[in-house]
Design a protein around this ligand. Structure first.
Ligand SMILES: Cc1ncc(C[n+]2csc(CCOP(=O)(O)OP(=O)(O)O)c2C)c(N)n1
Ligand code: SF4
Length: 202
């Protein structure tokens, strides 16, 4: 059980701050106490999120937060389980787990921090990088079309797949509350500001 961690290592202006604030407020408004919830994250800037929310937490391996969280939920169904990770984590290396989680419909919330790049490793193209975007690995502009995460999730059987934005704090908090109360696997893809590496529009 972690509490009171304040040494936050994100860049000034990073959208990740607002996403965890929205989650913390959603927990508060739904009166989900810290001993009744678990935040599981992958690896990346977004992967640090589990360290910054009081309560039970696990920072797992790159792309492996979803199966880890599934194990937690199946072990103790009374826990509220929230998964947090990047677009690279969930839709790149973790894509297989993501699709099967949509099929299995285990009651968890998956918040994807979609900054459209691999940020912790300093800005390579990811599965959601838009066409034409210039990144470290696409210096002349990305030529690979981005995935449509909500469509993929829905096609795989997910009944709650919605889009949020890190700039819309209130809307995101309400969306997270809705997702927690949804009785199944709920995906929120949050378009997230990354002032250090995302140098294109939303
Ligand atoms: C198996 C494995 N491969 C590669 C890495 C290196 N790595 C660390 S973070 C990261 C990318 C993170 O990008 P994303 O998941 O989009 O999260 P962000 O940092 O943008 O929040 C990579 C490739 C790793 N830690 N483990
Ligand atoms: S690199 Fe981007 S995602 Fe990572 S902490 Fe900085 S602004 Fe946030």
């Amino acid at each position: 059980m972690r509490s009171g961690l304040t040494n936050i290592q994100w860049c000034p202006g990073c959208g990740d701050f607002l996403i965890i604030m929205a989650l913390k407020n959603a927990f508060k408004e739904l009166e989900i106490a810290s001993h009744n919830r678990v935040v599981v994250s992958g690896v990346g800037c977004s992967g640090k999120a589990s360290q910054y929310v009081d309560g039970y937490a696990a920072e797992t391996l790159h792309g492996r937060a979803v199966p880890f969280a599934t194990g937690v939920k199946l072990t103790n169904n009374n826990l509220t389980v929230v998964i947090m990770g990047g677009d690279g984590d969930g839709y790149g290396i973790g894509m297989g787990h993501f699709i099967h989680a949509c099929r299995r419909n285990v009651d968890m919330v998956y918040i994807v921090f979609d900054n459209e790049n691999y940020a912790l490793t300093t800005g390579q193209a990811s599965p959601t990088t838009p066409l034409g975007a210039k990144t470290k690995t696409t210096p002349d502009g990305n030529t690979t079309a981005p995935i449509d995460a909500l469509k993929l999730a829905t096609d795989a059987g997910c009944g709650f797949a919605k889009m949020g934005h890190s700039k819309d704090f209130k809307g995101l908090k309400e969306l997270i509350k809705e997702a927690i109360e949804y009785p199944g696997f709920a995906l929120i893809n949050v378009i997230q500001d990354c002032p250090s590496f995302k140098r294109w529009g939303d």
